[in-house]
Design a protein. Structure first.
Length: 151
């Protein structure tokens, strides 16, 4: 007797799933000389991140900047920023909330973004990520599961 295991059909419609991380710190870096962020820059930044044992919750890289988000409870934020300032202009913004929505809908996005200052937004076909000021109220009735991690 043979047993065939397949992925099967996904339930339709897919319900939004939320992951909410509160008390986030956004760190933005740009080179002092207005040049591009290249591979050597990223190597240096990630070396410092590794040195201080930072757990990144979000990253975004552009040609001229690199931003990342860490939990406020990270105890070496000031030391990391001091080391980064040797080569980069560094900005820090505290008190943020990182929301990841899997299987989002237009109404889900509207609910999350309405009335809040959205600093960063990333979307692909399945997942949307928002970094915002303030605290969102996400209702369990609107999603199949909500995970709030302790910070």
């Amino acid at each position: 007797m043979q047993i065939l295991i397949t992925k099967g059909e996904l339930p339709q419609p897919l319900l939004p799933n939320f992951i909410v991380k509160k008390k986030q710190v956004l760190i933005s870096i740009k080179p002092h000389n207005f040049s591009f962020i290249g591979e050597n820059d990223l190597f240096f930044v990630f070396s410092l991140i590794n040195k201080y044992g930072v757990r990144l919750n979000f990253t975004q890289n552009t040609a001229v900047s690199f931003v990342f988000c860490v939990s406020h409870s990270f105890r070496f934020i000031d030391e990391l920023i001091a080391d980064l300032k040797a080569m980069y202009d560094v900005e820090r913004e505290d008190g943020l909330e990182l929301i990841t929505v899997r299987h989002y809908t237009p109404s889900t996005i509207a609910e999350i973004t309405e009335g809040y200052r959205i600093l960063i937004e990333q979307k692909n076909k399945d997942t949307a990520i928002f970094l915002s000021q303030g605290s969102q109220n996400i209702y369990v009735d609107d999603a199949c599961c909500v995970q709030k991690k302790r910070q």
